[in-house]
Design a binder for this molecule. Structure first.
Ligand SMILES: Cc1cc2nc3c(=O)[nH]c(=O)nc-3n(C[C@H](O)[C@H](O)[C@H](O)COP(=O)(O)OP(=O)(O)OC[C@H]3O[C@@H](n4cnc5c(N)ncnc54)[C@H](O)[C@@H]3O)c2cc1C
Length: 387
C-alpha cells in the first residue's frame, strides 16, 4: 500500500502532483533546491486539456482569479498585421503569469499539509529501494519517487538513459510590457500570433498588473551561452527582426528587459519509470513551445498518476499504465510541436501563401484536436481493463 511519496522539484509538475496526491491522504514531501518557488516572470497559456483537470482538482478558480480569459486568438501577418485567421476561445483557455500559477498551487498544497522543503538539492536516488539522498548526505525513503526536476534533469541522466537535451536551433526572446504599448488595432489585447519569414511572435495578456507577455522566436543555429535563459541585448533583437511591423518592434522595445532563451528538446526515454521512480513533466518530455503544451502535459501527468494511484493498488500496474498512457500522448504532442515549428517558420516566399492558406482552413481543427483530449475517458478505459 502506497503511503509516502517523495517529489523532486517544485515546478508545475511537482506541485500539481504533490497537491493531487496529498489531497487523497498520502504523505507527500516535495524537495526543491532553490530557497523559494523559483518561477520567472513570464506568461503561460493553459488550454482545456489542462484547465479541465485543474477544475476537477479544485485548483482552477484560484488560478483563474489571477489570470485572463482572452476570449479570442488571431494569426496575423508580420508586416501589416492583417488577419490570416481567428478563432473564439471559451473560458477553458486561460493565460496567466507563471509565478501566480505555481504560487497558487503551492499555497493550496501547503494548505493541506503538504511539505515543501526548500534549499534541499537531491543528489541521487535509488529507484529499487525508493531512497532519496541530499547534498548534506542525509537520506529519506519513500514508496514512490516522482522525478519532476525539469528539462535538465540530472536524475534522468543517471537512471533513465543518457540522451542529453539538444539545442533545436530556435531562440526565444521574451519580455513583458504594459497594455498601452500594444499595437493599435482591434483585439490587440487578445492572443495574437504573427507569422514572419523564419520567425514568429506571440503576445497575450497575463492578468498580473495588466501586463502583456510576448515571445518572439527566431531560427538561429548559433547558441553559445551556457545558460539557456540570459538577458539579451536590444540591438541583436532589432537585427533579428528587421522588417517586422514597426508597432510590434516598438512594443518589444518598451519591455524593460528582454530575455534570450535557447530552446532545447530531449527525446522521451523508453520507459517513464524505473523501479519506484517515475519521470514527470519536462524531466520526461520537454518539447519546443510552439503549441503551448509543456506545462499542460505536466498537469496531465500529475492528474493521470494520482488517478491511477486512487484506483489501482499495485504499484507496478500503476506505473505500467502511466507509462503506456503518457508515453503515447507526450510523444505525439512532442512531434506535433516540432512540426508546428517547421510550419510557423517557413521562409520560402513561394510556400508562405500556402502555409497561410493552411492556417486559414485548418487552425480550428488542429487546435481542437490537441485541446479536446479527454484524459478521464482514457483513464476509465484503461482502469476498467485492469480491474
Ligand atoms: C519559451 C517557452 C514558452 C512556454 N510556454 C508554454 C505555454 O504557454 N503553455 C504551456 O503549457 N507550457 C509552456 N512552456 C513549457 C513549460 O514552461 C514547461 O513544460 C513547464 O514549466 C515544465 O514544468 P516542470 O515542473 O516539469 O519543470 P520545471 O518548471 O523546470 O521545474 C523543475 C524544478 O525542479 C527543481 N530542481 C531541479 N533539480 C533539482 C534537484 N536535483 N533537487 C531539487 N530540486 C531540483 C528546479 O529548481 C525547478 O524548480 C513554455 C516553455 C518555454 C521554454
Amino acid at each position: 500500500m502506497l503511503k509516502r511519496v517523495g517529489i523532486i522539484g517544485a515546478g508545475i509538475s511537482g506541485l500539481t502532483s504533490g497537491y493531487a496526491l496529498r489531497e487523497q491522504g498520502l504523505e507527500v514531501d516535495l524537495y526543491e533546491r532553490s530557497g523559494s518557488i523559483n518561477e520567472f516572470g513570464a506568461g503561460i497559456t493553459l488550454s482545456k486539456n489542462a484547465t479541465s483537470l485543474l477544475r476537477d482538482l479544485g485548483l482552477f478558480d484560484s488560478i483563474a482569479a489571477n489570470g485572463v480569459f482572452p476570449g479570442k486568438s488571431y494569426i496575423r501577418d508580420y508586416k501589416n498585421c492583417d488577419v490570416i485567421n481567428s478563432m473564439e476561445l471559451d473560458d477553458n483557455f486561460l493565460t496567466v503569469d507563471r509565478r501566480d500559477l505555481v504560487d497558487q498551487i503551492a499555497i493550496r498544497f501547503q494548505g493541506i499539509k503538504g511539505n515543501i522543503h526548500f534549499n534541499k538539492e537531491v543528489t541521487s536516488i535509488c529507484p529499487s529501494t525508493g531512497s532519496i539522498s541530499f547534498s548534506n548526505h542525509h537520506d529519506e525513503s519513500y514508496d514512490l519517487i516522482l522525478v519532476c526536476d525539469g528539462i535538465r534533469s540530472s536524475l534522468r541522466d543517471s537512471h533513465f538513459g543518457a540522451q542529453k537535451p539538444k539545442f533545436t536551433n530556435y531562440i526565444a526572446w521574451r519580455g513583458m510590457t504594459e497594455k498601452e504599448n500594444l499595437p493599435q488595432f482591434d483585439d490587440s489585447e487578445k492572443v495574437n500570433v504573427y507569422y514572419g519569414p523564419g520567425s514568429h511572435w506571440v503576445h497575450y495578456p497575463i492578468g498580473r498588473d495588466g501586463m502583456i507577455n510576448f515571445v518572439a522566436i527566431e531560427r538561429n543555429p548559433n547558441w553559445s551561452e551556457e545558460s539557456w535563459k540570459v538577458e539579451g541585448d536590444k540591438l541583436s533583437f532589432l537585427k533579428s527582426f528587421k522588417g517586422w511591423n514597426e508597432d510590434l518592434i516598438s512594443m518589444a522595445n518598451s519591455s524593460e528587459k528582454l530575455y534570450r532563451w535557447g530552446v532545447f528538446e530531449r527525446p522521451l526515454p523508453k520507459s517513464l519509470f524505473n523501479g519506484k521512480a517515475v519521470l514527470m513533466g519536462d524531466a520526461a518530455h520537454p518539447m519546443v513551445p510552439f503549441l503551448g503544451q509543456g506545462g499542460c502535459l505536466a498537469i496531465e501527468d500529475a492528474y493521470c498518476l494520482s488517478s491511477l494511484i486512487r484506483k489501482i493498488k499495485d504499484l507496478n500496474q500503476i506505473l505500467g499504465v502511466f507509462d503506456q498512457m503518457r508515453n503515447k500522448r507526450s510523444r505525439w504532442i512532442q512531434k506535433r510541436s516540432r512540426l508546428q515549428g517547421i510550419f510557423n517558420h517557413i521562409s520560402n516566399p513561394i510556400l508562405t501563401p500556402m502555409r497561410n492558406f493552411i492556417a486559414k482552413v485548418s487552425m480550428r481543427s488542429s487546435v481542437t484536436k490537441i485541446h479536446s483530449y479527454n484524459l478521464n475517458e482514457e483513464l476509465s478505459l484503461k482502469i476498467n481493463s485492469k480491474l
